[in-house]
Design a protein around this ligand. Structure first.
Ligand SMILES: Cc1cc2nc3c(=O)[nH]c(=O)nc-3n(C[C@H](O)[C@H](O)[C@H](O)COP(=O)(O)O)c2cc1C
Length: 174
């Protein structure tokens, strides 16, 4: 059985999250392919699919949305999980959890209209000062915002383990 982890990434942090998910799945489940959404031609040979995208302007990147619509019929026949990579953890502390929860709910709802999802999770990615218009940076920092690599690898691993548990076969008694 082969599994697919597909991603759309503008600057690389979502690709690295996808690679981490795929490596962990591979250790537990065996055959896992990690590909950019543009590389995927067919999804019919995969037992399960994880697809992720960076968030830009509160939405998935266009190639990730195209992936969902192009493979809509086949995706609907197999278990699909989605993850989104944004910047909620860059926000001032009181807004981080709430920001991620709002994004998770809203994006999950939008994506589920295209493809039934077993789950959707928002992770924070890498948010550099240069990604924000210069005049806003100081204000953002003064308000408690931060920049940097905000990826929470243990949260990513824990989410991956939930997917693995869905596929892992119970060991047969000796
Ligand atoms: C042009 C642009 C727009 C962005 N818009 C959002 C957004 O609306 N919401 C969000 O949470 N993060 C947003 N971000 C932050 C990115 O999602 C974050 O940096 C992520 O790690 C990028 O993933 P990538 O490295 O795979 O491209 C934006 C970043 C850029 C460069």
């Amino acid at each position: 059985m082969t599994y697919l982890v597909a991603y759309a990434s503008a600057l690389g942090s979502t690709r690295e999250v996808a690679q981490r998910v795929a490596s962990r799945m591979e250790v537990a489940l065996g055959d896992v392919e990690c590909r950019s959404v543009e590389e995927v031609v067919f999804v019919s040979r995969y037992e399960g699919i994880v697809v992720g995208s960076a968030i830009h302007n509160q939405a998935w990147l266009p190639p990730a949305l195209l992936f969902l619509s192009r493979h809509e019929l086949e995706l609907a026949k197999r278990p699909v999980w989605a993850f989104s990579v944004g910047m909620a953890d860059a926000l001032p502390k009181p807004f981080r959890k709430r920001g991620a929860a709002i994004q998770q709910e809203r994006l999950g709802r939008v994506l589920s209209k295209r493809v039934p999802l077993r789950g959707h999770k928002v992770f924070s990615g890498v948010y550099k000062a240069r990604q924000m218009p210069a005049p806003l940076r100081l204000m953002f920092r003064l308000a408690g915002g931060r920049f940097g690599d905000l990826r929470d690898w243990s949260a990513i691993d824990a989410w991956t383990d939930q997917i693995i548990a869905r596929f892992a076969k119970p060991r047969s008694p000796l």
